[in-house]
Design a protein around this ligand. Sequence first.
Ligand code: PEP
Length: 250
Amino acid sequence: MKKIIIANWKMNPPSPKEAQAIFAKVKGRAARLSGVETVIAPPFVFLPILKSGGKIKLAAQDVAKDDGGPWTGEVSARMVKGLGASYAIIGHSERRELGEGDEVVREKLYQSLSRGIKSVLCVGEKEKSQEVFPHIVRDEIKKALRGIPKYFASKTIIAYEPVWAISSHSKGKADTPQNFFEMSIFIRRTVLDVWGKLAALRLPIIYGGSVNAKNARGFLEVDGGAGVLVGKASLDAREFNKILEIANTI
Ligand code: PEP
């Protein structure tokens, strides 16, 4: 199975020119790596200028909860698909922080999957000290998947992103591969309750939170782990390319 490496550029870089420059460097490297599914999630406005193709896939960082209509500032799954995005990030903690609740995440996931987009559902607890954190993750998954037909399972990816581990968090420090391993088992069990055994076994589960070229190998080698979601380090093409190279060897 190819490792899935997703670059989440967030609201970066500031100009189309810089976006094209990072993209070109990553595209060149990705073209030589057969063991990696390389995905870049730029801001919406850069989707039309960054052409997918070759070994690189484009992702939207979000989609609207509706397919069209009076939603100022929103961008639909249909629109991003039309611009070449074959992946979408859904329910990122930075969106949840802006007030996106579980029901909205569910609607967005449904919209994205309905358009045939591979949808990366982000889940994760806010504080490291939260003793009940597996239950928080289970709750997020169950609420997001409620009513989503099982036949969408093959297009669903779950990203375990503990919020405290994200680099922009005040204490942002990567989780451990061991914890990711344990969480991936827990996530699979949760998906089993909703979609059954086959879907749970096949579900790609990736890790996100302060991944860089130094620590990526640990997460990529986790048994049952399918890849990583990379924020800050993905804006440095050299660093991101190193992560791609490592993934290609596993
Ligand atoms: C993210 O926010 O999705 C993320 C993985 O960020 P970082 O790698 O910067 O922690």
